[in-house]
Design a protein around this ligand. Structure first.
Ligand code: NI
Ligand code: MN
Length: 227
Protein backbone atom coordinates (compact mmCIF):
# COMPACT_ATOMS: atom_id res chain seq x y z
CA UNK A 1 0.00 0.00 0.00
CA UNK A 2 1.27 3.45 -0.92
CA UNK A 3 0.30 6.62 0.90
CA UNK A 4 0.06 9.56 -1.50
CA UNK A 5 -0.08 12.93 0.21
CA UNK A 6 -0.50 16.32 -1.48
CA UNK A 7 1.44 19.24 -0.03
CA UNK A 8 0.21 22.08 -2.25
CA UNK A 9 1.21 23.22 -5.76
CA UNK A 10 3.23 20.34 -7.32
CA UNK A 11 4.54 18.78 -4.11
CA UNK A 12 3.57 15.22 -3.19
CA UNK A 13 5.01 12.59 -0.91
CA UNK A 14 4.78 8.88 -1.69
CA UNK A 15 5.32 6.58 1.27
CA UNK A 16 5.66 2.83 1.62
CA UNK A 17 6.73 0.88 4.72
CA UNK A 18 10.38 1.26 3.60
CA UNK A 19 10.64 4.51 1.66
CA UNK A 20 9.42 8.08 1.47
CA UNK A 21 9.84 9.94 -1.79
CA UNK A 22 9.07 13.65 -1.96
CA UNK A 23 8.45 15.29 -5.33
CA UNK A 24 9.04 19.03 -6.00
CA UNK A 25 9.31 20.15 -2.35
CA UNK A 26 8.55 23.86 -2.57
CA UNK A 27 7.62 24.67 1.03
CA UNK A 28 9.22 27.98 2.04
CA UNK A 29 6.94 30.80 0.76
CA UNK A 30 4.41 28.30 -0.67
CA UNK A 31 1.04 29.78 0.40
CA UNK A 32 -0.67 26.36 0.00
CA UNK A 33 1.68 24.05 1.89
CA UNK A 34 0.90 22.02 5.02
CA UNK A 35 4.59 21.29 5.67
CA UNK A 36 7.52 22.85 7.49
CA UNK A 37 10.74 22.49 5.48
CA UNK A 38 12.80 21.58 8.56
CA UNK A 39 10.44 18.71 9.50
CA UNK A 40 10.30 16.89 6.16
CA UNK A 41 11.83 13.42 6.30
CA UNK A 42 12.44 11.31 3.21
CA UNK A 43 15.10 9.21 1.51
CA UNK A 44 14.63 10.45 -2.06
CA UNK A 45 13.65 13.82 -3.54
CA UNK A 46 12.51 14.01 -7.16
CA UNK A 47 12.84 17.45 -8.77
CA UNK A 48 11.15 18.05 -12.12
CA UNK A 49 12.95 21.31 -13.02
CA UNK A 50 14.85 24.31 -11.71
CA UNK A 51 12.03 26.82 -11.15
CA UNK A 52 11.76 27.92 -7.51
CA UNK A 53 8.27 26.43 -7.10
CA UNK A 54 9.72 22.93 -7.76
CA UNK A 55 13.41 22.89 -6.73
CA UNK A 56 12.17 24.78 -3.68
CA UNK A 57 13.64 23.44 -0.43
CA UNK A 58 15.11 20.30 -2.03
CA UNK A 59 18.76 21.13 -1.33
CA UNK A 60 18.11 22.15 2.30
CA UNK A 61 16.07 18.98 2.97
CA UNK A 62 18.71 16.78 1.31
CA UNK A 63 21.47 18.42 3.40
CA UNK A 64 19.60 17.82 6.65
CA UNK A 65 18.27 14.30 5.95
CA UNK A 66 20.91 12.82 3.64
CA UNK A 67 18.21 12.18 1.03
CA UNK A 68 19.30 11.74 -2.58
CA UNK A 69 17.99 14.26 -5.13
CA UNK A 70 17.02 12.76 -8.49
CA UNK A 71 16.60 14.86 -11.63
CA UNK A 72 18.10 15.44 -15.07
CA UNK A 73 21.91 15.47 -15.12
CA UNK A 74 22.28 19.28 -15.19
CA UNK A 75 19.95 19.74 -12.21
CA UNK A 76 21.57 16.85 -10.32
CA UNK A 77 25.03 18.33 -10.92
CA UNK A 78 23.84 21.73 -9.65
CA UNK A 79 22.54 20.05 -6.48
CA UNK A 80 25.72 17.99 -6.02
CA UNK A 81 27.78 21.21 -6.38
CA UNK A 82 25.67 22.55 -3.51
CA UNK A 83 26.87 19.70 -1.31
CA UNK A 84 24.13 17.06 -1.45
CA UNK A 85 23.79 13.53 -2.79
CA UNK A 86 22.30 13.58 -6.28
CA UNK A 87 21.55 11.05 -9.01
CA UNK A 88 21.51 12.43 -12.55
CA UNK A 89 19.39 10.82 -15.26
CA UNK A 90 17.86 12.05 -18.51
CA UNK A 91 14.69 12.00 -20.56
CA UNK A 92 13.68 8.47 -21.50
CA UNK A 93 16.17 6.87 -19.13
CA UNK A 94 15.10 4.57 -16.34
CA UNK A 95 16.95 3.22 -13.32
CA UNK A 96 16.17 0.61 -10.67
CA UNK A 97 16.39 2.40 -7.32
CA UNK A 98 15.95 0.65 -3.94
CA UNK A 99 12.31 1.88 -3.94
CA UNK A 100 11.60 0.65 -7.48
CA UNK A 101 12.09 1.72 -11.07
CA UNK A 102 11.95 5.34 -12.13
CA UNK A 103 11.77 6.60 -15.72
CA UNK A 104 12.08 10.25 -16.76
CA UNK A 105 9.54 11.57 -19.26
CA UNK A 106 9.58 14.71 -21.42
CA UNK A 107 7.93 17.94 -20.28
CA UNK A 108 7.43 21.07 -22.40
CA UNK A 109 8.52 23.92 -20.16
CA UNK A 110 11.64 25.80 -18.97
CA UNK A 111 14.13 24.89 -16.25
CA UNK A 112 16.19 27.91 -15.22
CA UNK A 113 16.96 29.03 -11.72
CA UNK A 114 14.77 32.11 -12.18
CA UNK A 115 16.50 35.39 -11.45
CA UNK A 116 19.95 33.85 -11.98
CA UNK A 117 21.43 33.08 -15.37
CA UNK A 118 21.64 29.35 -14.62
CA UNK A 119 19.88 26.76 -16.76
CA UNK A 120 19.41 23.29 -15.30
CA UNK A 121 18.92 21.29 -18.50
CA UNK A 122 15.42 20.44 -19.64
CA UNK A 123 12.40 19.89 -17.43
CA UNK A 124 11.00 16.39 -16.95
CA UNK A 125 8.20 14.29 -15.55
CA UNK A 126 8.45 10.97 -13.72
CA UNK A 127 6.95 7.50 -13.95
CA UNK A 128 7.54 5.94 -10.56
CA UNK A 129 7.12 2.24 -9.86
CA UNK A 130 6.48 1.60 -6.18
CA UNK A 131 5.45 -1.86 -5.02
CA UNK A 132 3.11 -3.00 -7.83
CA UNK A 133 1.86 0.51 -8.71
CA UNK A 134 2.75 3.04 -11.41
CA UNK A 135 2.49 6.74 -10.67
CA UNK A 136 3.04 9.51 -13.23
CA UNK A 137 3.97 13.03 -12.07
CA UNK A 138 3.89 15.19 -15.20
CA UNK A 139 6.01 18.04 -13.81
CA UNK A 140 5.25 21.41 -15.38
CA UNK A 141 4.22 20.82 -18.97
CA UNK A 142 1.85 21.56 -21.78
CA UNK A 143 -0.11 18.78 -23.40
CA UNK A 144 1.91 16.55 -25.74
CA UNK A 145 0.87 13.60 -27.90
CA UNK A 146 3.56 11.27 -26.57
CA UNK A 147 1.57 11.02 -23.33
CA UNK A 148 -0.16 8.28 -25.32
CA UNK A 149 3.13 6.32 -25.37
CA UNK A 150 3.35 6.65 -21.58
CA UNK A 151 -0.25 5.42 -21.27
CA UNK A 152 0.46 2.54 -23.65
CA UNK A 153 3.59 1.43 -21.81
CA UNK A 154 2.34 1.72 -18.23
CA UNK A 155 -1.00 0.74 -16.69
CA UNK A 156 -0.97 3.90 -14.60
CA UNK A 157 -2.66 3.70 -11.23
CA UNK A 158 -2.31 7.43 -10.68
CA UNK A 159 -1.52 10.51 -12.78
CA UNK A 160 -0.65 13.81 -11.12
CA UNK A 161 -1.41 16.48 -13.73
CA UNK A 162 -1.11 20.27 -13.73
CA UNK A 163 -4.32 22.14 -14.55
CA UNK A 164 -3.40 25.75 -13.68
CA UNK A 165 -3.05 27.11 -17.25
CA UNK A 166 -0.80 30.09 -18.09
CA UNK A 167 2.50 28.26 -17.27
CA UNK A 168 1.25 24.69 -17.79
CA UNK A 169 -1.74 22.77 -19.16
CA UNK A 170 -5.14 24.21 -18.44
CA UNK A 171 -8.10 22.02 -17.46
CA UNK A 172 -9.25 21.36 -21.04
CA UNK A 173 -5.84 20.06 -22.15
CA UNK A 174 -5.47 18.13 -18.89
CA UNK A 175 -8.69 16.26 -19.74
CA UNK A 176 -7.13 15.36 -23.12
CA UNK A 177 -3.95 14.30 -21.27
CA UNK A 178 -6.09 12.02 -19.10
CA UNK A 179 -7.58 10.45 -22.26
CA UNK A 180 -4.06 9.75 -23.60
CA UNK A 181 -2.64 8.46 -20.31
CA UNK A 182 -5.68 6.40 -19.22
CA UNK A 183 -4.80 6.33 -15.49
CA UNK A 184 -7.14 4.72 -12.96
CA UNK A 185 -7.15 8.01 -11.06
CA UNK A 186 -6.02 11.54 -11.85
CA UNK A 187 -5.18 14.14 -9.19
CA UNK A 188 -5.01 17.80 -10.32
CA UNK A 189 -2.09 19.97 -9.19
CA UNK A 190 -0.36 23.29 -9.91
CA UNK A 191 -3.51 25.43 -9.54
CA UNK A 192 -4.94 27.99 -7.07
CA UNK A 193 -1.51 28.74 -5.60
CA UNK A 194 -1.63 32.22 -7.13
CA UNK A 195 -4.50 34.18 -8.71
CA UNK A 196 -2.88 33.70 -12.13
CA UNK A 197 -3.46 29.93 -11.99
CA UNK A 198 -6.89 29.90 -10.36
CA UNK A 199 -9.02 26.97 -11.57
CA UNK A 200 -12.20 25.14 -10.62
CA UNK A 201 -10.98 21.63 -9.76
CA UNK A 202 -14.54 20.37 -9.39
CA UNK A 203 -15.30 21.33 -12.99
CA UNK A 204 -12.15 19.46 -14.08
CA UNK A 205 -13.28 16.43 -12.05
CA UNK A 206 -16.71 16.54 -13.68
CA UNK A 207 -15.20 16.67 -17.20
CA UNK A 208 -12.75 13.82 -16.45
CA UNK A 209 -15.45 11.58 -15.02
CA UNK A 210 -18.03 12.28 -17.77
CA UNK A 211 -15.67 12.11 -20.80
CA UNK A 212 -12.94 9.58 -19.83
CA UNK A 213 -12.77 6.24 -18.02
CA UNK A 214 -10.62 7.71 -15.22
CA UNK A 215 -11.65 8.85 -11.77
CA UNK A 216 -10.56 12.25 -10.47
CA UNK A 217 -9.56 12.68 -6.85
CA UNK A 218 -9.15 16.26 -5.63
CA UNK A 219 -6.71 16.55 -2.72
CA UNK A 220 -6.48 19.64 -0.53
CA UNK A 221 -3.00 20.42 0.86
CA UNK A 222 -2.28 17.94 3.65
CA UNK A 223 -4.85 15.43 2.40
CA UNK A 224 -3.81 11.91 1.48
CA UNK A 225 -5.08 8.90 -0.39
CA UNK A 226 -3.85 5.33 -0.59
CA UNK A 227 -3.37 3.26 -3.72
NI1 NI B 1 7.94 25.74 -13.78
MN1 MN C 1 5.69 25.56 -11.68
Amino acid sequence: MIKVQFHGHACFSLSTAQHTIVIDPWITDNPMTDLKADEVDCDYILVSHGHFDHLGDAIAIAKRTGATIIGVAELATYCANNGVKAHGMHIGGGYNFPFGRLQLTPAWHGSSVLGENIYLGCPCGFVINLEDKYIYHAGDTGLFGDMQLIGNKYALDLALLPIGDNYVMGPEDAVTATELLRPKTVVPMHYNTFDLIKQDANLFKHKVETTTNSKCHILAPGEEMTI
